[in-house]
Design a protein around this ligand. Structure first.
Ligand SMILES: C[S@@+](CC[C@H](N)C(=O)[O-])C[C@H]1O[C@@H](n2cnc3c(N)ncnc32)[C@H](O)[C@@H]1O
Length: 224
């Protein structure tokens, strides 16, 4: 989280340069491919978890009519402009996130209010745990969706280890573990797709170390 106490201008320029900027776009395309055509009815309520500068938030309204948005993001440095633009257009911004120490979200939200909870680029920084998935499941309406990316451990040694990349910046999860957390929370995996190859450099040693990132996009649904 401290990694992202950076200005929104810097983040946007940095993620263009590293190639990450295409991931939120791709996640939205993935949702279109895997979810049924009427998955998000008019007036759907959609959350962007770990919204950052709003790269994903801005793409989400293309998925439905008159969508109501809630963006949650712990870093006010990242999200200064996003907060203003959301609130100006009647949407909601919450400064907060998931607190791994307590296993809860920093804000207690009403259950069963979201047709979709979406998140890009967050679960390669924080761990996926049964607690996080249970909280998402609680917030999603019956037949609603969870859409996210995570750092993917596919059994190969982390390239980051070879290069001496700081291990605390990125976390990776085995797909089977992620799917077990989803099922444990009562969510049904509906599809997944792997992305490989955008190049990232750590913020604190710009230009020094590079690695190839492996991510996975996941769509899950709450039965109902
Ligand atoms: C790679 S950025 C992605 C931002 C945005 N989703 C995007 O795709 O551009 C990771 C984001 O996760 C947020 N984050 C870090 N720890 C978090 C937590 N515990 N709960 C919620 N968000 C968190 C960071 O503040 C940062 O904005």
């Amino acid at each position: 989280m401290d990694t992202y106490n950076i200005s929104s201008n810097f983040y946007d320029a940095f993620t263009m340069a590293t190639g990450y900027a295409r991931v939120p776009r791709r996640l939205v395309r993935f949702f279109r491919e895997y979810a049924p055509i009427n998955a998000l009815p008019a007036d759907s309520h959609v959350m962007d978890f770990g919204a950052g500068t709003g790269r994903l938030t801005r793409k989400l309204p293309t998925l439905g009519k008159r969508m109501r948005l809630t963006a949650m993001e712990p870093s006010s440095f990242m999200s200064d402009k996003l907060r203003v633009s959301l609130e100006r257009s009647g949407h909601t911004f919450i400064e907060g996130g998931f607190d791994a120490n307590t296993g809860t979200f920093t804000h207690r939200l009403e259950p069963r209010q979201f047709n979709l909870v979406a998140s890009a680029g967050v679960f390669d920084h924080i761990r996926i745990t049964p607690d996080v998935m249970q909280e998402f499941a609680r917030l999603i309406k019956p037949r609603g969706y969870l859409l996210f990316t995570h750092g993917r451990n596919d059994g190969r040694e982390k390239i980051t280890n070879v290069l001496g990349y700081p291990h605390d910046v990125y976390v990776e999860h085995a797909p089977a573990y992620v799917d077990a957390c989803l099922r444990g929370a009562g969510l049904v995996p509906r599809g997944s797709e792997c992305i490989t190859g955008f190049i990232v450099t750590p913020l604190n040693t710009l230009g020094a170390k590079w690695h190839i990132s492996r991510m996975r996009m996941v769509l899950a649904q709450k039965p109902g």
